[in-house]
Structures are given as C-alpha cells and as structure tokens.
Ligand binder design. Structure first.
Ligand code: AHG
Length: 374
C-alpha cells in the first residue's frame, strides 16, 4: 500500500485511498475490489486532467473527422480519454468490461471474471473544449453477477443496480464527486496530484433558485413544460447553463435548483445517455437527498434497451423535479396504453402538442417502455 493511501494530510483532510477503506466502503465492498476500481478511475482522471490542460494550452482541441457510436464528432482528446481510462480500468483488476460512449460495443478487459462492469462517458462536454469551460468524466459501476462482459445485455440493468457512481470535473482544481449509495463525497486534486476529501454529506436543497436548461429548444417543448418554465421565472428563478453536463450538474448538486434535458418534438427520447450520463447522475442526486426523473418515472428504475440509449433527464430538488413531472403528466404526452409483453408495438404519441407515429418498446416483463418515432 502506498503511503498516501492511508491517513490524512497535515491539514487533516483524508486521502481518497484511506477514506475509501476506512469510512466510505463496507467490508465486502473493500474485499471485492471496489476501492481499487474507484482509485484507478480517479488516478486515470488525474492524468487525463493534465491532457485537458495541455490541450487547452496548445489549442489542440479541434474535432477531427471521426464520428463515434453516438453520432458525435470525436476530437483527439475524446479518443485519448477513452483509451487512458480503459487502460486504468484494466489495470485495476476489478473490472471485467466497460461500455464507453466512444465504443459501439462493450470492451472486455483482461480480468474478465472480475466483479464489476463500468459504463462511462470518458470526456463529456468536449464540444466546449477551447473556451475554458469545464468538461468532465462520468462513470457508473455495476456488479457483474453472472453476466458476460462481452454481451451488451449484461449492462442493461436499471440504475438501482449501480454500486457506485460519480464524475470528475476538470475545473480548477479537479474535483471527484462519488457515491456508493448513502452519501455523496467530494474530493479535490491537490498540488501533489493526490485526491483529498473536500466534503461529504452533500445535500441538495428541496428547492433552489436556479434552472439549468438549453432554452433554445423551448419552442419544441410541451406547452405545459413551457408554462412550468414561465412559472419558475415569475417565482424569481434565474438561469445558468453552459452546455457541459458535468459543470451544469455540479452546480445544481451543490447549490440546488434543477438541471433538465427534456424530450422535445425533434428528440422524443431526449439527448443524454441513460447508462453513462443519466443513471450515474441520478444515483448521486438521490444519495444527496435530491430527485432524478425522466419526466415521468424515477430515473434509477428505467431499464435500458440498448447500451447507448438516450433518455430525458430531470435532476434537482424535490420541488423542481416534481414540478416538471406534474407539468408533463398534465400534458398527457407520457400516457401509455397498457401492455404486458416484450415487443415493439405501433402507437401514436404526442410530443410538443404534435401527434407522432412511432413504436412502443417493452422490456422483458413489460415493466418499462420507451418510444421511438418511426
Ligand atoms: P458533447 O460531449 O458533444 O459536448 O455534448 C455535451 C452534452 C452534455 O454535456 C450537455 O449537457 C449537452 O450535451 C448539451 O447539449 P446542447 O448543446 O444541446 O444544449
């Protein structure tokens, strides 16, 4: 064990390794390698932070010609982030396989019988590189169980199955925000590149004063959701939005209010990804006493039908998240006909006051559904 893995620094702030082992993880979690896994992700992100800084200094952030599995234009740093973090996950020996935004299929790691599977967005918000807006890495950890790490189905359990989730924000300083379910811990990277505890017991206030959304999309929203936004303005809310999920979510987690990326007429499934953006953030918000919804349901209970599935996202305080759900419920757009089997049923649904032909897809057992327009 390295010296900085135990104890605290001279200012009494605990180091990540020691804190994981002494306070944050239960004995079975420590024994099963969750501490090693989180530390390796954190070390990888510390290294990635240097690439992000170098890239900003040298102005080498421009997007290249490649398109990733999500249809986004990939810049060199997206590729570096993905490779570096996959390497660190492999070195942890605790991770059997990884789903990455940058890869169409799961990557099987050398320890294919290891206890955990990871889903990650290695560099979220990379279209903001080059203008000093913080970008981030988002990760979600699930127990592998008997799942085959090569099989996408093994990663499709609902967010409630996550055993840890977090993100790193490449600001000044770098911060790691992580939960294993019952508390949210914030670490910062000190000048000697060691992760130190900044705070725990993060609590999302039940009601805040800030809404964070891309308001350019408002004309494509449900009228009821537009009305909800107007009521926020009348109630004295202010808006903050930089278009980098980790930055917008970090502020919402710490200061309260609401972050949302709802479905709209041109994107009936929203924009953000369920497995490696929405579900880990939902776990953090619930662990901090906040709420997380897809506009109709608890986000953590939504089952993915595919590894790169998109979902609408609403994260924040109880009052705001319930306000959005109430608005969407009254719009009726999420009203679903009863169905009890897995399959793809033709249906008509309503988005932004417009009727759209599409399909309703049911997961095994018919407990979850998702729409796709035809
Ligand atoms: P990218 O990684 O391509 O920059 O996408 C960023 C994501 C997410 O971080 C952010 O919340 C959202 O896209 C912003 O989307 P809009 O530009 O549509 O608001």
């Amino acid at each position: 064990m390295r010296d900085w893995e135990t104890g605290s620094g001279e200012d009494g702030r605990a180091y990540l390794g020691g804190y994981l082992r002494s306070s944050m993880l239960s004995v079975p979690q420590r024994l099963s390698g969750l501490a090693q896994l989180i530390e390796h992700i954190a070390e990888g992100c510390a290294e990635l932070g240097e690439h992000v800084a170098r890239c900003a200094e040298q102005g080498t952030h421009a997007a290249g010609g490649n398109i990733n599995s999500s249809g986004d234009r990939v810049c060199e740093l997206d590729r570096v982030a993905d490779e570096l973090l996959v390497e660190r996950l492999a070195a942890s020996g605790s991770c059997a396989g990884v789903v990455s935004e940058e890869r169409a299929l799961p990557e099987v790691l050398p320890a294919a019988a290891a206890p955990y599977l990871v889903a990650m967005d290695p560099l979220d918000g990379s279209s903001n590189l080059g203008c000093s807006i913080p970008v981030g890495t988002i990760f979600s950890v699930r127990a592998r169980g008997e799942g085959d790490p090569a099989d996408p189905e093994s990663y499709l359990t609902p967010g409630t199955a996550q055993v840890a989730a977090g993100y790193v924000i490449y600001g000044a300083p770098l911060e790691l925000v992580v939960t294993t379910g019952s508390d949210v811990h914030v670490f910062f990277l000190d000048a000697r590149r060691r992760w130190r505890l900044r705070r725990d017991h993060v609590v999302v206030p039940p009601q805040g004063k800030i809404y964070s959304v891309n308001e350019a999309n408002v004309s494509r929203w449900e009228p009821e959701l537009r009305q909800w936004l107007e009521s926020c303005k009348e109630a004295g809310y202010t808006q903050r939005y930089v278009g980098s999920m980790v930055a917008d979510v970090h502020r919402t987690l710490l200061k309260g209010g609401v972050f949302l990326y709802p479905a709209d007429r041109s994107a009936p499934e929203g924009k953000l990804r369920l497995l490696y953006e929405a579900a880990p953030m939902a776990m953090l918000f619930e662990a901090a006493g906040g709420f997380a919804s897809d506009g109709a349901r608890r986000l953590l209970e939504v089952e993915a039908a595919s590894i790169h599935q998109r979902t609408p996202v609403v994260l924040g305080g109880r009052v705001e998240v319930m306000g959005v759900e109430r608005a969407l419920r009254s719009s009726g757009s999420w009203h679903v006909v009863a169905a009890t089997r897995r399959g793809r049923l033709p249906c008509i649904f309503e988005v932004g006051g417009r009727r759209v032909d599409g399909h309703l897809e049911l997961s095994p057992g018919g407990r979850q559904h998702r729409f796709s327009s035809s």
